[in-house]
Each structure stands twice: as C-alpha cells, then as structure tokens.
Design a protein. Structure first.
Length: 398
C-alpha cells in the first residue's frame, strides 16, 4: 500500500528530497518560484515567494519553523484527508524539502482534531521515516492535534493555537515568515501544496508551470460533493472549466437539473448553472465574484432551497466565529436568526433589507476572512436566487 514507506520508496518516494539536498537551498526555492505553485489551501499566495521572504540566518539568526496546515475544516473540502490517508509520506517528504529550503530544523504537522484515523496514520509514517534515517538529527517533525475550531485553519490563528492561546487571528503585519510561531520566522503551507513540492524538484519548475495557466501552475485537487453522481476527489489542471469537472463526477444526481455550484467550500459565493464555463484557477472564479478557495465543489440541484442553504452556512459561521471582531460575532448571529425566521414562516421583505445592510456592515471591517464570508455569501445567494428569498420573505399585506 502507498501509505507504507517501502511501497512509497519503491515508487520513487523521497527521491525529490534527495535531489533537493543535492541542488542546494537557493535552487530549490527558485524551482518552486518558477513552477507558479500557489498556496492550495485557499489563499493562493505563491509558495516560492513565501519561502523567499524568510530571512536568512545572517539576517535573523535563530530557529525558524515550517508548519503544515492540516486543519481541514471547511465544509465541502476533504482532499487533505484523502492525501494523508493514502500517501502520508508524500506530505512528510514535501515538508522535509520545505524545511531544507528555508534552513529550518523543526517542522510541525497541525492536524484537525476530528481526524483521528489520519493522526494515527501520520504517527506511524513519521516513525517509519525516523527509523529509516530520513529525518536525521538535529531535524525534527512533531505532530500536533487541533481542538476542532474552524478558525484554526487560518495561519495566524493556527499559530496562536500552537502557542496554547485562543485561536484568534492576528492582524498582520508582521506576517508569519517574519514573526510567526514563538516570534520566529515561520512558513505555513497546506497539505496539498507541500505534496506537490517533491515533484517540482524532480521534474523542474517549468514542467509544473506548463500543466496549469500562466498565473496558476500545475494541477489542483477538487473535493466534489452534494447532488452529484460520483462524489470524491478529482485532480485537474489549473484552469479546467467547471463543467468538465462536474462531468467527470457524473453530473447531477438522478438526471435532475443543476441549480447552483458552491466552488470552493461554503465560504465562497455561489455560481449559477449559467456560469459553468468558469475556468477553475485562482483568477477564473474571482472574475465571477467568487473564489477557488480550497476546491470544495458542492453541487446543488433544482430541489435546493437557497434560503436553507444560506441558513446552514450562516449557522456554521456563527458557531465557528471566534468572537474577536464585533461585526462578525454579532453579524453572524443575526444572519442566522433572520434566516431561521424565514424558514419558520415568519420572514418579511424588511428582513431581506436588514440582511443586505448587515452584510455591508461586516465586509471589510474584520480581521479575517470568516467575517467577510458572513457578509458576502448570503448576499450572493440573495442576488442570484431572488425568487427563493422572496418566497420565504414576502411583502407584508395590509
């Protein structure tokens, strides 16, 4: 099985690390920059550029850290779970390359608290790697398990959690590569990003870049769920039209009509059935007013009630808000309550106006993207599916 070290090495595993050590740190970073590899957990920041901002030992002597963000908590996203389950050594190899590239002797894998099976798989894989001499002293990789907070998926909140504090996002600058874990330079990359790195080192940055678009190199893993025939994780070149991705998953379940697609997890605004030509990279969805996110594609058929969809999303966000920012803390609560009133038969058109104003008063007035999501997602649903909302929030009579 691929999750076992012997099988992984027989298929070429850890050859990327071997080549990286031969190339030298600067050349490894240059190859990753040339590849146009973006952060594949949602932010999309160029990975090589992030690595290059870590100060050298001459500039800032002392420890620096590399942290794997495996706190996959976005509803609709499950690709990291699949990667860790099936190929844990691919992640460990990518982490070791990143540690070498930024001159770090300490790596961490921060895994979602609910991923108990994957936690055990990584424990075993790390033990195998240590026994095989793949993590030589003084280098070390430690595995840390989260407490289940969605907000810990944000890099700065994750670092706060690792330090034993509340998972409250930090207000940059400074950014983690300058002042991260314990005040030291820290690189935070997600699972998929690091799994790509050994292949880039082995085959070259130009090879990887050509697989995708001019701005988004390589391929991307999409977690496809909802009203679809064959849910699962699918890999496509960056820039592949959304309709091709849905076709590979068998299309809408039961032959029903497509109503909408959430493209990148519940924190991304919805796309309609008329927007399936959207190229799925970091630029295509943005042109449509949404985001690639972490690639959690949720398919909704003609039976979906968009008010119920909005309520489910806002209920989740209200529960997961860390409470640091008042607009998010209060705004998510009132979004949930108003939408719940609509579903229970007590909604009015005035409630829709309140939702619109509340959303406008949250967006751009909070520290992290969770608060922005509260204000944006429901307004996008209201704009694109007004009839669903008018049916639940009718005009008052008399």
């Amino acid at each position: 099985m691929l999750h076992e070290l012997e099988t992984f090495r027989r298929l070429g595993g850890y050859e990327g690390l071997k080549k990286a050590l031969a190339l030298g740190r600067e050349k490894v970073v240059e190859e990753v920059k040339r590849s146009n590899l973006r952060g594949l957990g949602g932010a999309g920041f160029p990975a090589g550029m992030k690595w290059s901002t870590v100060p050298s030992q001459a500039q800032d002597p002392g420890p620096r850290y590399v942290v794997v963000n495996c706190d996959e908590s976005e509803p609709g996203c499950f690709k990291d779970r699949v990667l860790v389950t099936r190929a844990p050594h691919a992640l460990i190899e990518g982490l070791l390359v990143a540690m070498y590239a930024v001159d770090s002797e300490q790596g961490f894998i921060f895994i979602r608290g609910e991923y108990g099976v994957q936690h055990r798989i990584l424990q075993k894989a790390l033990s195998e790697a240590r026994a095989a001499g793949l993590i030589p002293a003084p280098s070390s990789i430690d595995l840390m398990r989260g407490g289940g907070a969605y907000i810990s998926g944000l890099d700065t909140a994750l670092l706060e959690t690792m330090e034993g504090k509340k998972a409250w996002p930090r207000q940059p600058p400074p950014f983690p590569t300058a002042k991260g874990l314990l005040g030291r330079p820290t690189v935070v990359n997600n699972v998929e990003t690091l799994c790509m790195v050994p292949h880039i080192v082995l085959k070259g940055g130009d090879w990887f870049a050509k697989l995708g678009t001019a701005k988004s190199g390589g391929t991307f893993l999409f977690s496809i769920s909802g009203h679809v025939e064959r849910p699962g994780v699918y890999e496509f070149p960056m820039g592949t039209p959304l309709k091709e991705i849905l076709a590979a998953a068998g299309g809408v379940k039961g032959g029903r009509k497509l109503k909408a697609v959430i493209p990148g997890g519940v924190s991304t605004p919805v796309l309609t059935a008329d927007e399936l030509d959207t190229p799925m990279d970091f630029e295509g969805p943005r042109a449509k007013g949404t985001f690639l996110g972490a690639g959690g594609v949720i398919v909704l058929d003609e039976t979906a009630d968009m008010v119920m969809v909005a309520h489910n999303i806002e209920r989740f966000l209200a529960h997961e808000s860390c409470g640091q920012c008042t607009p998010c803390r209060q705004g998510s609560y009132w979004h949930e309550r108003i939408l719940e009133r609509g579903l229970s038969g007590g909604g009015t058109a005035e409630d829709l106006a309140t939702l619109e104003r509340a959303g406008e008063n949250i967006t751009g007035k909070v520290i992290c993207a969770l608060g922005d999501t509260v204000g944006v997602v429901t307004r996008a649903l209201m704009k694109k599916f007004p009839e669903d909302f008018k049916a639940r929030f009718p005009e008052r009579r008399g």
